[in-house]
Design a protein around this ligand. Structure first.
Ligand code: ADP
Ligand code: MG
Length: 369
């Protein structure tokens, strides 16, 4: 994007009701590879300063979407705007985009500092300014001490930090991240997630972050867009997508879920499930015979005695001890359910007969797909 590209900026409403500029607007985008449509009439906006995660299974079209924004893939139909300016046909180097990929893309024959300086060199930035910006970027990602090392002399996490520094050094208007932590181990991923998030907030730059890891998406994002088969399946804040998924696919994709098929007819706060038991659920009849009762594992109560919220007989099939909590797989209603109970709430054993249940307000009716 050109520095002058602020004409025609569009405004959208933020949740707080104040006006927030739309940084990226994708309108009715279709992308085909030959006959195959990787993205199908997809529309999406990213607000200024927002960290939006694009989450979806492998092959759902996430990278294609990022590459469209970056300009390395072109749309067959639809438009892309940056702050209102139509960039649909603008070449990548004019877009002021900082991008980080899963695989380290550092130049092996350049030091860390020289790698970070690269975007400034191609922009013919003044040498002294280059030095200052590179030093700032190195400091930002904690690599000052490694500045003169070569990529082969640093760890995977440091390499991704260097890639991050290279992506921000020229003060991009937009940041794009394509599974940047995919090749790192879990502990390092957690640390870098936090660093990316704080960097993004400090720079207040809109970021499109692609991942297939739902936990990463939940912990990192202001908003998540779930992509499925080239279309947007759901769009909302992490809490909302977790608590009220649209259908069983989304419930299972974003965490563990107990989904019990039902005809969706509510009677005094209960619906009938598979083996003609009446289970509690909130809301109203779904109006669809293909519905499911969704109960998240943490809302499923397990008890040795029958009581208010533990009214159905179940058998423990398997217990997974995870420190702060235990995951218990149970047989009930002729199916397998999973409960997540507090680590202190007693040790259940395989084969044990227990009672389970949940509060009506902790169960909702969703579409079965
Ligand atoms: P994701 O990043 O979500 O894994 P991609 O955007 O890479 O998905 O790919 C979406 C779909 O498009 C996949 O089915 C993939 O095989 C296909 N695809 C991606 N790039 C190409 C290409 N250059 N040529 C043909 N098919 C492609
Ligand atoms: Mg991809």
């Amino acid at each position: 994007m050109d520095d002058t590209a602020t004409n025609g900026a569009t405004l959208s409403r933020s949740p707080a009701g104040t006006s927030v500029k739309t940084a990226i607007s994708i309108e009715n985008l279709t992308v085909r590879y030959g006959e195959f449509a990787a993205l199908k009439n997809l529309s999406l906006t990213v607000a200024d300063g927002e960290l939006l995660t694009v989450l979806g299974p492998s092959g759902s079209g996430k990278s294609t979407l990022l590459n469209i924004v970056a300009g390395s893939v072109f749309a067959d139909e639809g438009r892309i705007r940056f702050e209102g300016l139509d960039v649909t046909h603008m070449p990548p180097h004019k877009r002021r985009i900082g991008m980080v990929f899963q695989r380290y893309t550092l130049f092996l024959n350049r030091t860390v500092a020289e790698n970070i300086a690269f975007p400034l060199e191609i922009r013919k930035t003044d040498k002294d300014i280059q030095k200052k910006l590179v030093a700032e970027a190195l400091d930002m990602v904690g690599l000052t001490a490694q500045a003169s090392r070569y990529p082969s002399q640093i760890s995977g996490g440091q390499a991704q930090r260097a890639a991050l520094a290279r992506a921000v050094v020229f003060k991009p208007a937009i940041m794009l991240m394509d599974e940047p932590l995919g090749a790192l181990d879990r502990a390092l991923r957690k640390t870098l997630q936090y660093e990316i998030r704080s960097l993004q907030q400090r720079l207040r730059v809109p970021m499109l972050y692609v991942t297939h890891d739902q936990e990463e998406a939940m912990s990192l994002s202001d908003r998540i867009v779930i992509v499925r088969d080239g279309k947007i399946y759901a769009d909302g804040p992490p809490r909302e997508l977790y608590r009220s998924p649209r259908s069983t696919w989304g419930a299972n994709f974003l965490g563990d879920a107990n989904c019990l098929p039902t005809d969706g007819v509510l009677n005094h706060g209960r619906v009938e499930v598979a083996d003609s038991q009446l289970v509690p659920v909130s809301g109203q009849s779904s109006g669809s015979k293909k519905s499911s009762v969704l109960v998240r594992p943490e809302n499923l109560q397990v008890s040795r005695t029958s009581g208010n919220n533990a009214e159905f007989k179940a058998e423990v099939e398997w217990v997974e001890y995870l420190g702060p909590f235990q995951k218990i797989r149970l047989k009930c209603f002729g199916t397998e359910l999973v409960a997540q109970v507090n680590g202190q709430s007693g040790d259940f054993a395989k084969g044990e007969h227990v009672f389970i249940g949940w509060r009506g307000e902790d169960a909702i009716l969703i579409e079965q797909d």
